[in-house]
Design a protein. Structure first.
Length: 229
């Protein structure tokens, strides 16, 4: 009888220890939104008081938090890490690990996870960015470089209604992640105005090789993150 009781109590522990690890593409809370030679982008949504499956990140990645969040990051082989994240908080995470993310909030935990598909090659290359930190302000707005990792520069832009990001050039492609609903207009040199509307959490892959200004033509402040290659 005692032996049976011991086995009964041990069973949940054994099940937990043998939990199956899945690829990120098979994890139900991760929804593939974009894939190309540079990135693989997932829109992540973990239900309130729920958790992901144990899943593996094989590449370095950037994640952008959508809304305030309280989660437990449980990396395989390490103690759980309690994280309280603010809306728009953006981080770089080295890859090649498996973890479970538990949502302690009564609201969904949402983020955009951006895998850097050329991370191994880019780690070996010197940075080509003339600026790797700093903040630029202009009437009604600001642009702040958050970090440069794996040859990728990540910035946050804030624009009041009517504000304009001064003329600037994009050598390479970049990814835009909307932190608010956006109604913006891109005025590209040699081309006509290009209006764009985005919802909170939307992503947009943009090619390089052009110079433009960017205007917030909406009635609300605009906020977004760019990941430049």
């Amino acid at each position: 009888m005692k032996r049976l009781l011991f086995l009964f109590l041990l069973l949940p522990f054994l099940v937990a220890q043998t939990a199956t690890e899945v690829e990120i593409t098979a994890e139900p809370s991760h929804h593939l939104a974009l894939e190309n030679e540079f990135v693989r982008v997932f829109k992540v949504e973990v239900a309130p008081q729920a958790s992901t499956l144990m899943h593996r990140h094989r590449h370095d990645y950037v994640f952008v938090t959508l809304g305030d969040a309280h989660v437990s990051n449980e990396v395989e082989g390490k103690p759980p890490a309690d994280l309280k994240l603010t809306d728009g908080e953006t981080h770089f995470v080295p890859g090649n690990f498996a973890h479970v993310a538990k949502n302690f909030s009564d609201l969904p935990f949402r983020n955009v996870t951006i895998e850097l598909m050329q991370d191994e090659k880019l780690r070996q290359m010197p940075s080509h960015w003339p600026e790797e930190n700093g903040e630029r302000t202009f009437p009604g707005g600001r642009s702040k470089i958050l970090f440069v990792k794996d040859g990728v520069r990540v910035s946050e832009v804030n624009l009041e209604p009517g504000a304009v990001v001064p003329s600037h050039h994009h050598d390479g492609p970049h990814l835009l992640v909307a932190l608010t609903d956006l109604e913006i207009r891109s005025d590209v040199e040699g081309m006509g105005p290009m209006p764009g509307k985005f919802k909170l959490g939307d992503i947009k892959w943009l090619p390089g090789g052009y110079t433009h200004t960017l205007t917030n033509v909406g009635k609300s402040p605009a906020r977004f993150v760019t990941v430049e290659f």
